[in-house]
Design a binder for this molecule. Structure first.
Ligand code: PMP
Length: 378
């Protein structure tokens, strides 16, 4: 039975912390830095438009690929913002990017296929790969950089597919053009397909984000994953997309979506099609706030013996705590009333890490900093 396969996948550290947060709701000064969501509301314009479309009756099944006006808006957006040109026909709107990712893995993985992941990486890929019959293989980076040394290691692993997450959850890494070029030439040479999860493409601070969608050489086999969850603070709306120029695969992906979901939610798509471009002003305000929070939290950790990695993007801080992350997380929940995610599921050498989210009100971040600094004075 397939349910046995699901049973074999253990509860993730982030799910466990979510459960703990619900159980400890009664603790009045509890700070939850464990969730991969943001405290910002969805922009009012998007909400208002949605109401209008619901009242207009856009409440039925619609195009399985996503409505054409939204695909056109995404096509313009990707070309303008990231120099990634995809025609509306090459875009499939999905109910959240997680579902799009799963479609890609499910379609590309043959039993036993090795799928390469760079450590640390988002914890949801491993169970998705396993459910699809593949074998997740972790590749180390070289001091968090993809260098000739990491390339040599990757070469030895004989992977058939690579999932890259740029910017990276949990480390906040933003891949440079040199790193991406190195990876792309290797994958071209070895015939390796890349799935590029770029859902944090707008949440970048000092560095420039480069989309793999702008690399013409790899376009034929690349599958590009995007989402509006973080961009417009609309995680519960479930709107993502998959772009690809391999029409054979895209056709099958659409067929799969039609079989399992029929189409993405209709009224939310209409609302976003009208607001995608202007909505980006709100995103810029959010990013300004995240940057301030990042600086506060990073600087607070620098004053302690714990070792934070400087994040160039996303809204996470990845910290080497020098001891078992699960034990550390339990300790600070008891002593500081702060929830963080232990690092164990983000790789195979990540047990001594924790991940913190700073997509919260700055006041809360300041209070968390105060507690960490007091508790871990150098
Ligand atoms: N990719 C990464 C790296 C993520 O962190 C998340 C959400 N935490 C997703 C994909 C999924 O986003 P959604 O399904 O809401 O589009």
């Amino acid at each position: 039975m397939r349910s046995k396969l699901i049973d074999s996948i253990s509860e993730s550290a982030s799910m466990k912390m979510g459960q703990i947060a619900r159980e400890r709701k009664h603790i009045s000064d509890l700070i939850n830095l464990g969730i991969g969501d943001t405290h910002f509301p969805t922009p009012v314009k998007i909400v208002d438009k949605t109401y209008n479309y619901m009242n207009e009756g856009k409440t039925h099944y619609d195009n399985g690929q996503g409505i054409i006006t939204l695909r056109e808006a995404i096509s313009r957006y990707l070309a303008k913002r990231f120099n990634a040109s995809y025609s509306p026909n090459e875009i499939i709107v999905t109910p959240g990017s997680k579902q799009g990712l799963f479609y890609c893995l499910f379609l590309l993985i043959e039993p036993g296929v090795k799928v390469g992941l760079f450590e640390p990486t988002w914890l949801a890929y491993v169970p998705m790969i396993k459910i699809s019959g593949g074998k997740p293989v972790f590749c180390s980076l070289d001091h968090n950089m993809f260098t000739e040394k990491s390339l040599k290691e990757l070469e030895k692993k004989n992977v058939n597919i690579i999932v890259i997450n740029n910017p990276t959850n949990p480390s906040g890494k933003v891949w440079t053009s040199k790193e991406l070029n190195l990876l792309v030439s290797f994958c071209l040479k070895k015939n390796i397909r890349i799935i590029s999860d770029e859902v944090y493409n707008e949440i970048v601070y000092d560095k420039q984000f480069i989309s793999l969608g702008s690399f013409e050489s790899i376009k034929k086999t690349l599958m590009l994953i995007g989402s509006f969850s973080k961009t417009f603070s609309m995680t519960g709306w479930r709107l993502g997309y998959v772009c690809g120029k391999d029409h054979y695969i895209q056709d099958r992906l659409l067929k799969l979506q039609q079989i399992v979901a029929t189409c993405p939610t209709t009224f939310t798509q209409y609302a976003l099609a009208d607001t995608l471009e202007e909505g980006l002003t709100t995103t810029r305000d959010m990013v300004t706030m995240y940057k301030k929070n990042r600086d506060l939290l990073y600087n607070a950790f620098k004053k302690t013996p714990l070792k934070p990695l400087f994040p160039d993007g996303t809204f996470y801080l990845w910290v080497d705590v020098g001891e078992d992350g699960d034990i550390f997380a339990e300790k600070i929940l008891e002593d500081l009333h702060i929830i963080v995610v232990p690092g164990r599921d983000y790789g195979i050498h990540t047990q001594n890490y924790i991940r913190l989210s700073y997509a919260l009100d700055t006041k809360i971040i300041r209070e968390a900093c105060r507690r960490f600094e007091n508790a871990f004075k150098k």
